[in-house]
Ligand binder design. Sequence first.
Ligand SMILES: [Zn+2]
Length: 90
Amino acid sequence: MFILESAAQLEKAIIKAKKTRTQVKFIKFGVYSVKGSNGFYTVKCERGAHGEKMVSCDCKAGQSVKPLVCYHAVSALALHVGLARQRQTA
Ligand SMILES: [Zn+2]
């Protein structure tokens, strides 16, 4: 799990996500299934107690002690942000 603080921390993962163009399945608002090299990973986008944006992915990179921002998380985030925006304007 990592806390999303700035777009800059996502840069590398965004580049990879664009190259990879992976498949993202909508499970429910905030929960997505993203295709990776070894099957599908579950990415959760949540709000913390203080409004922080928390993103978790169950791939190896997302589970390490110092979690990396993986391209699965970024791919799911792109969908999540779009959906969140629609909700706010609906
Ligand atoms: Zn991941």
